[in-house]
Design a binder for this molecule. Structure first.
Ligand SMILES: Nc1ncnc2c1ncn2[C@@H]1O[C@H](COP(=O)(O)OP(=O)(O)OP(=O)(O)O)[C@@H](O)[C@H]1O
Length: 299
C-alpha cells in the first residue's frame, strides 16, 4: 500500500534554530501513528509543514499524495487538524461554530458535528468563551472529525480532557484506523501512545531517532546490565549492527540500552573475565523514549 504521509529529508531552519534536520517518515494508511518528542523537539513544526501552514527550508513531503506546499487547500480537505491550542471564535456558540464551519463542507458535516457534540455532552447554546479547556478541546475535535477526514492530525490531543473522555477518545482513534483512516498524533503521553499507536517515531532535536512499528521496537530494544568484579574492568560494548542508545556506569555495573542485540553477545559477555552477572530484558516504551532523548554517552 502507498504511504499516506511521506517526508523526505525535511529541514526547517528558523533564524535562531534548526527545528527539523532531515526528517524522513513514511506512514501507512489505516494506522495510528504517534510522534513522540520532548518540548521543542520539532513536532508542531513538522505538523505545520504537513498541513501547509509552514514552508520547509528544504526537502519535501506528501499527504494523501498531495504536496502541501503546492496545494495546501487540497491537503486541508483531506485532513482534520486540531492544534495544541485550538483557535475558535470566542463570541460564537457551540452550535454557531458548527454551522459556520459546515458552510465549507458538504451537507453531512453538520449532523456529524451535532452528534459528536451530543456524545461529548457539550451544550450547543453555550458560548465558546465560557467553555472549559476540556470542553473547547471537545468542540475542536468534533469540528475536525465531522467531515470524516482521511487523515486526522492531532497535536497533543488529550490535554485538558478528563480521564474518562480521554480513554473513550483514544479508543475511538483505534476504531478510526480500523476503517482505513489514518490518525497522526503528537504526544508526550507515553502511556497513551502505548495503548493506541501502531507505529511511532521519536523526534529529538529535529531528528528522527527511532521510527517503526511499536511492537517491533518493543521487541528489538533491550536493557543490558553487566556486573563485574572491578569498577575499572573493561567490557566490550555491543558490536555493530547493534545500536547503543545509552550507556551508564554505576560502581561495578554497566548498563546499556541497545537496539538489535545479538543473543550470542550475551554468551560472550558471560564468559568474559571478571564478569559476575549479565541480565537483559526488553525495554519499556518509556525507557526507549528516555534512551533516545537523553544524551548519548561516549562508549
Ligand atoms: N516561527 C518560529 N520562529 C523561530 N523559532 C521557532 C518558530 N517555531 C518554532 N520555533 C522553534 O523550533 C523549535 C521546535 O519547536 P516546535 O514548536 O516544533 O516544538 P514541539 O516539539 O512542538 O514542542 P512542544 O512539545 O513544546 O509543543 C523550538 O526550538 C522553537 O523555539
Amino acid at each position: 500500500m502507498d504511504p499516506v504521509i511521506t517526508t523526505d529529508a525535511l529541514t526547517m531552519h528558523f533564524r535562531r534554530c534548526d527545528a527539523l534536520m532531515g526528517v524522513d517518515l513514511s506512514i501507512q494508511p489505516g494506522t495510528v501513528f504517534a510522534l513522540l518528542g520532548e518540548n521543542g523537539a520539532g513536532k508542531t513544526t513538522l505538523i505545520r509543514i504537513l498541513t501547509g501552514f509552514q514552508e520547509p527550508t528544504s526537502g519535501s513531503c506528501t499527504v494523501c499524495g498531495i504536496d502541501p506546499l503546492r496545494d495546501p487547500q487540497a491537503v486541508r480537505r483531506q485532513i482534520g487538524y486540531v492544534s495544541d491550542a485550538p483557535a475558535l471564535y470566542d463570541w460564537m456558540t457551540v452550535a454557531q461554530i458548527g454551522g459556520f464551519t459546515a458552510s465549507f463542507y458538504d451537507q453531512t458535516f453538520l449532523p456529524q458535528y451535532e452528534a459528536a457534540i451530543r456524545r461529548y455532552d457539550v451544550r450547543p447554546e453555550q458560548k465558546i468563551r465560557h467553555l472549559s479547556k476540556g470542553q473547547r478541546a471537545k468542540v475542536a475535535l468534533s469540528l475536525a472529525l465531522a467531515h470524516d477526514p482521511a487523515v486526522l492530525i492531532l497535536d497533543e490531543p488529550t490535554s485538558g480532557l478528563d480521564p474518562k473522555v480521554r480513554r473513550s477518545f483514544l479508543e475511538s482513534m483505534i476504531d478510526r484506523a480500523a476503517t482505513g483512516r489514518t490518525v497522526f498524533l503528537s504526544s508526550h503521553q507515553i502511556s497513551e501512545v502505548e495503548r493506541v499507536a501502531d507505529t511511532i517515531a521519536i523526534l529529538h532535536r529535529g531528528r528522527i531517532r527511532l521510527h517503526g512499528q511499536l511492537s517491533e521496537l518493543r521487541e528489538s530494544i533491550h536493557e543490558v546490565i553487566i556486573d563485574t568484579d572491578d569498577p575499572l574492568r573493561a567490557i566490550a560494548p555491543p558490536p555493530e549492527p547493534a545500536e547503543v542508545l545509552t550507556e551508564e556506569t554505576s560502581g561495578r555495573s554497566r548498563q546499556w540500552f541497545v537496539r538489535g542485540l545479538d543473543p550470542e553477545m550475551i554468551q560472550a559477555w558471560r564468559s568474559s573475565p571478571g564478569v559476575t552477572d549479565v541480565r537483559t530484558r526488553v525495554a519499556s516504551l518509556e525507557e526507549i523514549f528516555v534512551a533516545c532523548t537523553g544524551e548519548l554517552q561516549a562508549v
